[in-house]
Design a protein around this ligand. Structure first.
Ligand code: M6R
Length: 612
C-alpha cells in the first residue's frame, strides 16, 4: 500500500526521491507526490494523480529544489484518487508537510475540533489532520525550535488513533526530517553524509545496506550526518545499525520482462536457500526455534494464520501437520480469526505466515493469539518486519525480495519452511519419523524438479495463448491439489482479471457445474494417486459440456482426452503444491501478457496490505 520515501543529504533530493518512488511502485498506488525544502527555505510540493512517470513529466517538477525531501505513492483509502488528495499534505499555514501510510481512524473528530478552532481543510483525506494538528499543538509550545516542533509532533501522535508511518518536513527546521511510526512500516537507511527513509528495504538498497529499524511510537530526527532516536515519551534512545545482506541485483529484473517472471524462475534458488542449513546430518536444524518436548506435548491445537497466498501455503500444509504431529491443525484467514473469538489458549501453537511481515490483519491476529496465551511463530520473508518484533519466534524464508504484487517464490518458500517446521516438531515429539525422513529426502530433491518444470514452459505458454480470451475458469483438485488449485486460481484472477474459482473437485457437481459452457477453462490438478481417478473423471465431465481443459499431473493420463496434459515430476502428496503451482504461476503470467496487462502491478492491488 502507500509507499514512503525520504532523503536528507548533500545531493539534490528530487531524483533520489523519484528513484525511490519508482522502486516502491510495486506496492500499488494511484497517485504520487514529492515535497522539498529549498536552501532558501521555501517549501515546494509537486503531486498528481497517476503514475510516477506523470510526476516526472509534471510541469512544476523543476521547482523541487533542495537536499532534503519526502515522497509518497498513495493508495486511496479516504477520498478519491486526485491531485488534491495526493500526498504530501500541508497545514493551512504551510509550516508542515507530511506523507503518511496508514489510516487515522479518529480523523473526523480531530478535523471537527480543528475546524472549530479556525483551521481550513482542502482535501477529503484523513492525513490532512496531521500537519494541521501539529500546527495547532506547536502554538502551545514556547517557541518554534526543533525541540518544540518535536514535542508538538509527539503530542499530535498521542492524539492519533489508528496506524501511521509519518515523515514530517518543515521550513521551520529546514535541515531536518522527523519520522515516526505506529503499526505501519518505515525504515531508515544510513549513508555517508546522507540518510534515507523508506517503507521498505529494496527501495533504498542501491544507496545503502545499513538500516535502522524504528519500533512503534518511536521518533527519529534525521539530518544529513546524524540520526537521533526518541522513545514514546521523547527520551533519547540508542539504536544499532543493521547490515542487510541483500544486494541490488536481487531487486532488479535481470533481463526478465517482469519481476513476476524473474521471481518464478528464482524458485529453485529461493527453495535451496530456504532449506539452507536447516537440514543437517539427517535432522532438521532450526536454531532460532527451540521448544521443549514438555511444552510441545501440552499443545493440543495448531493454527496457521495468514492472508491470501500465505494462507494458501498454510492450507497446503494442514494435512501434513495433522499426520506428522497428530494435532488438529486449523488454517484461518487472519481477518476472520481476529474477530471470531477463536478457541486459543496456552495449549495452542499459532503460526503466522506473511511474506511482508506487515499485513495488518495478520499482525492483529498475532496480538490476539498472544493475549490468549498461545505460543506464536512468525514465518516471514522480510528481516525485522513488524511481525518479527511481536512473535515469540521468527523463522525466515530466504526467498529474497519479492517485488511483483502476485506472490510466487514466497509461496513455495513458505511451504518448504512450514514443512521443515512440521518435521522439526515431529522429531521433538519422536513421532512419525519415517514419514519425516522421506520428506527430508524429497525436500532436497525439489529444486532440481522445479528446474525441470521451468525448462519446459512452451506448452503452458501455448495453452495460455489459446484460452486468454475466455471469460471464466475453474481450478479443481482434491486435498493438497485443492490447496494448489486455490493458489492457481488466485494468481490467474489477480493478474489477468479473468473470473476464476477453485473448487474441491467433488464439489463441482453440487452446483458450479451449471456454469460450465464453451468459454470456460478448467484446470485439473491431479497428483495424488488415491484421488486421481476421481478428479480425472470430474475434468472429463466438464469437457463434455464444452470447456477447454488443462491437466497438471504426475499420474498416467490419457493425453488425447484433454487440451493439454502437463506432466510434473513425482513428489509426495504433501509437497505436491510446490511443483504443481509452477505451471499455474506461468499460466497466469502468460495469460496476463497475452492480454497486454501490467503483470507486476495489477489494478486495485497492493503488495502488502498494511491497513484493515
Ligand atoms: O505479505 P503477506 O504474505 O502477509 O501478504 C498476504 C497477501 O496480501 C498476499 O499473499 C496476496 O494475496 C498476494 N497478492 C497474492 O499474490
Amino acid at each position: 500500500m502507500c509507499g514512503i520515501i525520504g532523503y536528507v543529504g548533500n545531493k539534490e533530493a528530487k531524483q533520489i526521491l523519484i528513484n525511490g518512488l519508482l522502486r516502491l511502485e510495486y506496492r500499488g498506488y494511484d497517485s504520487a507526490g514529492i515535497a522539498t525544502v529549498s536552501p532558501d527555505n521555501v517549501l515546494n510540493i509537486v503531486k498528481n494523480k497517476g503514475r510516477i512517470k506523470d510526476l516526472m513529466e509534471n510541469k512544476n517538477i523543476d521547482s523541487l529544489k533542495g537536499t532534503v525531501g519526502i515522497g509518497h505513492t498513495r493508495w486511496a483509502t479516504h477520498g478519491i484518487p486526485s491531485e488534491t488528495n495526493s500526498h504530501p499534505h500541508v497545514d493551512q499555514d504551510k509550516l508542515f508537510t507530511v506523507v503518511h501510510n496508514g489510516i487515522i481512524e479518529n480523523y473526523a473528530l480531530l478535523k471537527d475540533m480543528l475546524i472549530k478552532a479556525g483551521y481550513n481543510f482542502y482535501s477529503q483525506t484523513d492525513t490532512e489532520v496531521v500537519p494541521n494538528l501539529i500546527n495547532y499543538n506547536l502554538k502551545k509550545e514556547k517557541d518554534q525550535s526543533l525541540e518544540s516542533v518535536l514535542h508538538a509532533i509527539k503530542v499530535t501522535c498521542d492524539e492519533l488513533e489508528g496506524s501511521y508511518a509519518l515523515e514530517i518536513l518543515s521550513p521551520l527546521i529546514p535541515n531536518y526530517l522527523i519520522v515516526t511510526r505506529r503499526n505501519s512500516p518505515l525504515i531508515i537507511g544510513s549513508g555517508h553524509g546522507e540518510n534515507y527513509v523508506s517503507s521498505d528495504i529494496p527501495a533504498i538498497l542501491s544507496y545503502t545496506n545499513n538500516f535502522y529499524l524504528l519500533d512503534n511510537n518511536e521518533y527519529a530526527v534525521i539530518t544529513n550526518n546524524s540520526v537521533e532516536f526518541y522513545n514514546e515519551s521523547l527520551t533519547k534512545i540508542e539504536k544499532e545499525v543493521r547490515n542487510i545482506a541483500w544486494d541490488m541485483s536481487a531487486a532488479e529484473k535481470e533481463g526478465f520482462d517482469d519481476y513476476m517472471l524473474k521471481e518464478i524462475f528464482e524458485q529453485p534458488k529461493s527453495i535451496r536457500e530456504t532449506i539452507g542449513s536447516r537440514l543437517l546430518n539427517g535432522k532438521t536444524n532450526l536454531p532460532d526455534f527451540e521448544i521443549s518436548e514438555e511444552k510441545l506435548k501440552e499443545i493440543n491445537k495448531i493454527y496457521i494464520i495468514a492472508c491470501g497466498t500465505a494462507m494458501h501455503a498454510g492450507l497446503a500444509c494442514k494435512r501434513l501437520y495433522e499426520h506428522l504431529l497428530g494435532i488438529e491443525t486449523v488454517v484461518e484467514v487472519a481477518s476472520e480469526f481476529r474477530y471470531k473469538d477463536p478457541l486459543v489458549d496456552d495449549k495452542t501453537l499459532c503460526i503466522f505466515v506473511s511474506q511482508s511481515g506487515e499485513t495488518a490483519d495478520t499482525i492483529a491476529a498475532l496480538r490476539l493469539a498472544k493475549e490468549n496465551g498461545a505460543t506464536t511463530i512468525a514465518i516471514t520473508n522480510v528481516i525485522s518486519s513488524s511481525i518479527t518484533r511481536e512473535a515469540d519466534y521468527t523463522l525466515y524464508t530466504h526467498a529474497g525480495p519479492e517485488i511483483a504484487v502476485a506472490s510466487t517464490k514466497a509461496y513455495t518458500a513458505q511451504i518448504i519452511l512450514l514443512t521443515i517446521l512440521a518435521i522439526n516438531l515431529s522429531e521433538t515429539l519422536h513421532m512419525n519419523l519415517v514419514l519425516g525422513t522421506q520428506l527430508k529426502q524429497e525436500l532436497v530433491e525439489i529444486p532440481s524438479k522445479v528446474e525441470k518444470i521451468l525448462s519446459n514452459i512452451e506448452p503452458i505458454k501455448n495453452f495460455a495463448s489459446e484460452v486468454y480470451k475466455e471469460t471464466d475458469s475453474f481450478f479443481i483438485g482434491r486435498l493438497e491439489d485443492y490447496a494448489a488449485a486455490l493458489e492457481g486460481s488466485l494468481k490467474l484472477k489477480e493478474i489477468s482479471y479473468i473470473h476464476s474459482e477453485a473448487y474441491p473437485a467433488g464439489e463441482l457437481k453440487h452446483g458450479p457445474i451449471a456454469l460450465i459452457e464453451d468459454n470456460v477453462t478448467i484446470i485439473g490438478l491431479i497428483t495424488n494417486p488415491l484421488t486421481a481417478p476421481k478428479t480425472l473423471s470430474n475434468v472429463e465431465e466438464v469437457l463434455t459440456r464444452g470447456a477447454k481443459a488443462l491437466v497438471i499431473t504426475n499420474q498416467i493420463v490419457d493425453q488425447s482426452k484433454f487440451d493439454l496434459v502437463y506432466t510434473i515430476p513425482e513428489i509426495s502428496e504433501y509437497l505436491s503444491p510446490v511443483l504443481s503451482v509452477i505451471p499455474l504461476q506461468l499460466f497466469a503470467y502468460y495469460i496476463s501478457k497475452e492480454k497486454g496487462l501490467d503483470v507486476d502491478k495489477p489494478r486495485n492491488l497492493a503488495k502488502s496490505v498494511t491497513v484493515e
